[in-house]
Design a protein around this ligand. Structure first.
Ligand code: ZN
Length: 224
């Protein structure tokens, strides 16, 4: 298989551009992203990235460290929880807050997490929570809502919205949909399974056994 066919899984070498310090996106979305940043600026906001392209290895590292107890495992309310001994329970606990390696939309280079830099108090560390979206970033989200609702967002929209799949809503996560659709055309569960078989990934046995049903809840609902 050519490395280009592995791009949707965060493998291979996508053409990336650093749009803000430390944040890389697919070159194909840069023009539209700059238009959205400019529209935000004109409306009085500073569209700032908090996350962008993330390779497979990075997501795998998050996954494995949570499984080993090296990173905190949080329950649905965001409180630290004990690590389940059962492999399947552990897998679902990790999935509460972390995407499956190889199936994170941050692998695509078309998805970003955004905040209004202007609304951040000095020294404030962004958490990316629903409370921020309805709190300090509420005006910024009203601006985004208005743009998404009137097809004046240059191809960007939210992906993790209420009522879609089992990933909790993430108002801060936006995607350049025309480009992400292209990237996902070649995505297949068979390929993802073969990647897992050849990877040192925690919960491998249950991941492989449950992947088809996991995909119905955590992957395919977000192919929008
Ligand atoms: Zn995100």
């Amino acid at each position: 298989m050519s490395m280009n066919n592995l791009l949707p899984y965060g493998l291979g070498n996508p053409e990336l551009v650093e749009v803000q310090k430390g944040y890389f996106v697919d070159a194909a979305i840069v023009d539209d992203l700059n238009k959205l940043i400019e529209a935000a600026r004109e409306a009085g906001f500073e569209l700032r990235l908090e996350s962008a392209y993330r390779p497979f290895e990075k997501q795998l590292s998050i996954w494995n460290r949570k499984a080993r107890g090296e990173l905190a495992l949080l329950d649905a309310e965001g409180n630290p929880m004990e690590r389940p001994a059962d492999e399947e329970e552990l897998m679902y606990a990790i999935l509460t807050w972390s995407a499956l390696p190889g199936a994170s939309r941050h692998h695509l280079g078309t998805d970003i997490d955004v905040v209004d830099g202007k609304a951040c108090p000095p020294g404030y560390e962004v958490q990316l929570t629903p409370a921020e979206c309805t709190g300090m970033f509420a005006k910024f989200h009203e601006f985004l809502d208005e743009r998404f609702g009137s097809a004046t967002s240059f191809g960007f929209d939210r992906v993790f919205v209420p009522g879609r799949g089992k990933i909790r809503p993430e108002g801060w996560h936006i995607a350049h949909l025309p480009t992400s659709r292209k990237r996902l055309e070649n995505f297949s569960l068979a390929t993802l399974k073969s990647i897992y078989r050849n990877t040192d990934i925690a919960c491998k046995r249950v991941l492989l056994a449950r992947l088809d049903s996991l995909a119905e809840d955590y992957i395919y609902p977000y192919f929008v």
